[in-house]
Design a protein around this ligand. Sequence first.
Ligand SMILES: Nc1ncnc2c1ncn2[C@@H]1O[C@H](COP(=O)(O)OP(=O)(O)O)[C@@H](O)[C@H]1O
Ligand SMILES: [Mg+2]
Length: 299
Amino acid sequence: MIEITGLTKTYGSGNKTVNALNGVDLQINSGMFGLLGPNGAGKTTLMRILAGIVNPSSGAIHVNGHDLTTEAGKHAVKSMLGYLPQELGMYTELTAGQFVDYMAILKGLDDSRKRSQRVMEVLEMVGLREVAKRKIKGFSGGMKRRVGIAQALVNDPKMLIVDEPTAGLDPEERIRFRNLLVNLAADRIVLLSTHIVEDIGQTCRDLAVLAKGKILFRGSPAEMLKAAEGHVWMLTMSGMEKPNHDLTVVSMLHLAEGTQYRLVGANVNGYSSAQPTQPGLEDGYVWLMKNSNQQVEVA
Ligand SMILES: Nc1ncnc2c1ncn2[C@@H]1O[C@H](COP(=O)(O)OP(=O)(O)O)[C@@H](O)[C@H]1O
Ligand SMILES: [Mg+2]
């Protein structure tokens, strides 16, 4: 179990500082948990603190009762943690098997017989056993990401942290990778960070939305979507007309009769032809960000 209270992180010093985390309170119990937020929200900072790589500036953070602000606590947590960083440097001249073996040595698996057995086990778990003897440099993006998960699993962690793992994967690889994470979450906490709403809706029962270092929302995907009820419309406009700036365009489609907009906003005063529509998860996210005066990028 992860318990975070009043967590802050400030980078830099003097008059050149960045508040990456601004008083984060968060509890994460089990299964698959999504951390959703735009670029610069503080997701990587939070994960690096959890992984014991970065020290918080203030606040409390405990994992299974271990205090991550102490050296002893960090040490204890590292042994029960698997971490796939946003950018994992890989020695691509190595084979998948050699690389995972190397990472296992770094994690202190000293017995070479047990280690090679474990390496094959984790490669099997991520579906790469057959290509264990192939060099990583020939792998697709999705396969490399799975090698990353394999190295994170080598010490059989109770908590797996994966930072934006689906970025740059093609749709098929993304689905496969998501399914792998769901399976792994059956018997451990999996903490997944992403800026892609879809990644969360399909996989996480629980999520938090982080923006500018603050938690904007904590709940289920269904609750996030519900918040946008009554605030989503479809509106077709002809010619040069554009919806007013109070409305956020979630998507648009060019049709013969004009442009069809999907809009999120407090109301659609003045647009008599606007049709209310059921919110999706992305609408919920846009509504949330909009109400906290955050710029939100939609596809
Ligand atoms: N090592 C660092 N030094 C200074 N600023 C940093 C550092 N790492 C992150 N930041 C800043 O902290 C903020 C949060 O970054 P980050 O945690 O990487 O967010 P995310 O992963 O959500 O994109 C950003 O404004 C970023 O520029
Ligand atoms: Mg990041």
